[in-house]
Design a protein around this ligand. Sequence first.
Ligand SMILES: CC(C)(COP(=O)(O)OP(=O)(O)OC[C@H]1O[C@@H](n2cnc3c(N)ncnc32)[C@H](O)[C@@H]1OP(=O)(O)O)[C@@H](O)C(=O)NCCC(=O)NCCS
Length: 164
Amino acid sequence: MTAEPARLRAMTPGDLPDVLALERELFPDDPWSPEMFAGELGQPADARMYLVATEEEHPPAGPVLAGYAGMMFVPGMTGDAQADVLTIAVRPDRWGRGIGSLLLGTLTEEARRRGCDEVLLEVRADNDRARGLYQRRGFTEIGLRRGYYQPSGTDAIVMRKDLR
Ligand SMILES: CC(C)(COP(=O)(O)OP(=O)(O)OC[C@H]1O[C@@H](n2cnc3c(N)ncnc32)[C@H](O)[C@@H]1OP(=O)(O)O)[C@@H](O)C(=O)NCCC(=O)NCCS
């Protein structure tokens, strides 16, 4: 296992094989396709930010992908702006070590830096672990989208963090 803390950097197209493998493992019912990830990485830098978390293996074998996350930035009509967490994922054998919090906290700080008033996200109603992570990071539940996740029909909880 690793002793070094995870490092964050911008996701690049070269990360996509590892990202897609983790995506299919964690979201087997509705994984994003290679085309979706490529399309997202092709968006302008003022509209998206995708990060990967990497860790060094011991003995050294080069950095391995430990997680990834993405955020969308949407300008408002009156100079205000909003951010949405689009995805967040951590390799199961690295859960519970703060990598998810690091990814979420870094994206939230970037939203604040860009002048966003709020961060929004959707989370499956049956995903207690992710809901707990968001609640402890200052997100509150503001709505429910019934049957949002298909084909399972699972509800989505909409959560919001006020940055003002
Ligand atoms: C949700 C997810 C990103 C969290 O990543 P992570 O690296 O484990 O997150 P962290 O270690 O920063 O924090 C997890 C929290 O769960 C707690 N935790 C640790 N082990 C746990 C366990 N077995 N069960 C439940 N919670 C646990 C941690 O103590 C921490 O709590 P804290 O905030 O009070 O410190 C990760 O579990 C994941 O990839 N899940 C599958 C994909 C997913 O559901 N993504 C979210 C879609 S909206």
